[in-house]
Ligand binder design. Sequence first.
Ligand SMILES: [Zn+2]
Length: 71
Amino acid sequence: PKRVKKLAPEMCFCYICGNQYTIASLPIHEKQCLAKWKIVNSKLPKHLKRFLPKKPQILIKNMVDNLTRFA
Ligand SMILES: [Zn+2]
């Protein structure tokens, strides 16, 4: 039989605030974090306003790479 390695819950970094969350809780957090970020940013003076951090596409890119490799 195949040996199944028990994985620890994978941790991901929130791309907005940089805190660590589990894969399960990250999407929920990201929504709240983004809403908060927008409020905070809207209150900043014009010269301090930031562009919204872009969501990293690394995971999706790897998936696409794998798909094309086996195609
Ligand atoms: Zn966050």
